[in-house]
Design a protein around this ligand. Structure first.
Ligand code: ZN
Length: 222
């Protein structure tokens, strides 16, 4: 191999290392730097059903949690594939601006426990919150702490059990910082809404003026 070819090869692999730019939903080439053309036109968008109401108040989600979206979120969350963060953040930021524009002053997230953080090395909802905040030039605020490492909600199907599973497992980090503000609460997926309900309750008990929720995806049949 000539020196030039060898250097070109190294340059190419470094470029791919820093800019993999794969579509997070199918692994194909990301045509626009975020996702591929096919996924952009065929993803399961929530569209006019983006906002759901529940005990958590209102929650907006740009996507349904199924097919390639479900795979992409599982890869992100459990395999640490962070390449889709820009894409996820942009979709969430747009959805929040469309559905809740002017209704919140600050952004926070549903935290994982310390034990989970040690195992997974990153807090998936914190990263989503940070990504969606990039274009708004604000930093998300840590308002909640998860004090109990309860069993994962994904292993609990029953609605009442999911509610019981999260009761009392979150606490406010600094109520003085929470009070009086209108919060956008970020999580990866909304299923029954039990986790969001509990976190919204803790924020409101700490004096939050309002809480609206935002997730990347929503389970369709709840
Ligand atoms: Zn794709």
């Amino acid at each position: 191999m000539s020196e030039k070819n060898r250097l070109d090869g190294i340059g190419k692999s470094i470029a791919e290392f820093f800019f993999p730019r794969r579509c997070p939903f199918c692994g194909g080439a990301a045509n626009d730097g975020l996702m591929c053309r096919k996924c952009r036109s065929t993803l399961p968008y929530t569209g006019e059903h983006a906002v759901q109401k529940g005990t958590f108040g209102r929650c907006a989600s740009p996507l349904w949690y199924e097919g390639g979206v479900r795979r992409a979120i599982l890869d992100y969350k459990f395999k640490g594939k962070l390449g889709g963060l820009d894409c996820f953040g942009q979709m969430m930021a747009r959805c929040a601006a469309e559905e809740f524009g002017g209704e919140f002053d600050a952004v926070t997230w549903v935290p994982v426990s310390k034990k989970r953080l040690r195992k997974r090395h990153f807090d998936q909802s914190r990263f989503l919150a940070a990504s969606l905040c990039v274009d708004w030039h604000v930093a998300p605020v840590e308002t909640l702490r998860k004090t109990v490492d309860n069993p994962p909600q994904s292993g609990t199907a029953d609605h009442a059990r999911r509610r019981a599973n999260v009761l009392g497992v979150y606490e406010a980090v600094d109520p003085a910082q929470i009070a009086g503000k209108r919060w956008l609460l970020v999580d990866d997926v909304v299923t029954t809404g039990s986790t969001l309900s509990e976190c919204a309750r803790v924020l409101k008990d700490a004096g939050a003026a309002d809480v609206v929720c935002l997730t990347l995806a929503a389970a369709r049949n709840r």
